[in-house]
Design a protein around this ligand. Structure first.
Ligand code: GAP
Length: 510
């Protein structure tokens, strides 16, 4: 499937099979806001669980919290979000469309990258087995030219944004000849900063109400609880606090389905370390998080690191784990070395000491922080889009199959009676009743069994269990594997084992 087609299919499949609906659809929806449907909510919950286990269960020095979405307004002054949580926006005067200036420039650079990749692919084809990619990319003049151009552009953009030189960002767009992707017009306004936080009010009357913000990241709920958790949990440096929950951003350029939403969910972990050791932990978390991604089996070539040229106001190193979405490589997760910026800022604004007493050194210090921050919705999109396949079968027919990793699949098994008579329904229902204590399973007796298989393939159910006449004789059923479509006969009493083995966290996470 071509990438654009695949993305359209992802969106329509997500709706048709009860994964994602547009929010308040009967009123024509709300831009960049989505609802998770009956299967989507299960997939999302399972991804969250997969992350939580790897972070909290698998690290004795990481604990979880669930802080409130509404926080004291000074939090956002201290964190820098009131002053600096802005996007540089630019409008096209002809099309009246609004864009993020930095995204227009990054998209331009991605095109340079694609050109370099094409040169590499051509050379690979020409030289075959004797092709030395490392040598080629470091010596080929065209690849070197594209890479240098890309670097120069990104460095200049980073410097201009750091210096708040928005006039130069506009100049850069003009010099590169970047046109409105929709209309082709190059008639741009000046670049302006726009704060992304949603405001709200706390209080009964307009006069006494306090202005609040919906949190734009979950991380600050962790920082303000640092001391509470450290003391009550008797945590010793290095230790981490993990949290999952909603975050809100008034994204101006909200597109690409659930990739960029105005209300979304983050899974974040702040790891508190001794000052000076942050780079060691930054490298550790880069490796650990990439390994977590690889464990889901979506293909190692679909991930890459993208180190930041322009660092956020709180960071001294930062990288994105990018995923190969249907619209290209884009940020899936951020790993940031946040220094002691947040804790120090909260100390200053609250007047409370947010420090750790190190017995070995016999002194207090403000810990440094390495953060891992992944969007749950983006992870959902990565898994869902990567899993959706259209396959041509041996007999020439085709099937649509959602090859979700079994560990996160919403429904683990569907149980069918082959026919609706001879007592087969009762046996199938009894199997469901026994399994549903531990697993989300489904009973289906409608239509021919082949159609039921197709339905479950499209839903992403790893196993279909069919009760037939032989079941009555020897207590066996057929189990059909979604990916291979192979069937095997097993005893009813072996079904729980079969499912359990396919979704053992130990096997997946290690
Ligand atoms: N606490 C750090 C932080 O929030 P970020 O890079 O702004 O860093 C972290 O966000 C992750 O949250 C991103 O890598 C992305 O997966 C997700 N994310 C950010 N904005 C989003 C949006 N508008 N819609 C969906 N996911 C988003």
């Amino acid at each position: 499937m071509a990438n654009e087609d695949l993305f359209k299919k992802v969106i329509s499949h997500a709706k048709e099979y009860g994964y994602i609906f547009a929010s308040s659809e009967i009123y024509d929806g709300l831009s960049a806001v989505y609802d998770y449907a009956q299967n989507g909510v299960e997939l999302k919950k399972n991804i969250r669980e997969y992350w939580w286990r790897s972070m909290v269960f698998m690290h004795q020095n990481i604990v979880g919290i669930d802080a409130a979405i509404l926080m004291h307004p000074t939090t956002w002054k201290a964190s820098g979000h009131i002053d600096a949580f802005n996007d540089p926006l630019i409008d096209n005067k002809d099309s009246k469309k609004r864009y993020r200036a930095d995204v227009l420039i990054e998209d331009y650079c991605e095109k340079l990258n694609t050109k370099a990749q094409k040169e590499i692919a051509k050379a690979k084809k020409r030289f075959g087995d004797s092709f030395n990619e490392e040598e080629f990319v470091t010596t080929n003049p065209r690849v070197l030219k594209y890479r240098a151009q890309q670097k120069n552009i990104l460095t200049r953009m980073a410097q201009s944004l750091d210096n708040e030189d928005l006039a130069d960002v506009k100049l850069l767009i003009e010099e590169l000849g970047i046109a409105d992707p929709l209309s082709g017009s190059k008639n741009w306004t000046d670049v302006k900063q726009f704060n992304l936080m949603f405001g709200t009010k706390l209080g009964a009357s307009a006069e006494s109400a306090t202005d609040l913000f919906l949190r734009p990241e979950t991380a600050q709920g962790i920082f303000v609880n640092f001391l509470n958790v450290q003391k009550t949990g008797r945590m010793k440096i290095p230790f981490g606090i993990a949290q999952t929950g909603k975050a809100f951003r008034n994204e101006i350029v909200a597109r690409q389905f659930i990739f960029r939403m105005r209300e979304f969910e983050q899974m974040e972990m702040q790891f508190f370390v001794k000052p000076g050791e942050e780079m060691k932990w930054y490298d550790y978390w880069k490796k650990t998080r990439l390994k977590w991604h690889h464990s889901l089996g979506l293909g190692e070539k679909n991930y890459r690191f993208h180190d930041h040229e322009k660092l956020a106001h709180y960071a001294n190193a930062a990288t994105d784990i990018e995923f190969n979405f249907p619209f290209g490589f884009k940020e899936l997760e951020g790993i940031h070395s946040r220094t002691d910026f947040d804790l120090k800022a909260h100390e200053q604004h609250s007047g409370k000491k947010l420090q750790f007493f190190d017995h070995e050194q016999n002194k207090n210090y403000v810990p440094y922080v390495v953060e891992t921050s992944i969007g749950l919705d983006r992870m959902f999109l990565a898994i869902f889009s990567n899993s959706l396949k259209e396959e041509v079968l041996e007999d020439g027919s085709s099937r649509v199959v959602l090859k979700l990793p079994a560990i996160v699949a919403p429904i683990k098994a569907a149980v069918f009676p082959l026919v609706k008579k001879d007592g087969l329904q009762e046996i199938a229902k009894k199997i469901v009743e026994d399994l549903q204590w531990d697993y989300n399973v489904l009973y289906d007796e409608k239509d021919a069994v082949g159609r039921r298989y197709r339905r479950q393939d499209a839903l992403g159910t790893p196993y279909c269990i069919t009760v037939d006449h032989q079941t009555k004789e020897d207590q066996t059923v057929t189990v059909r594997n979604r990916n291979t479509m192979k069937q095997e006969r097993i005893l009813i009493s072996d079904i729980p084992n079969k499912i359990r083995n396919s979704i053992a966290y130990k096997d997946w996470l290690s």
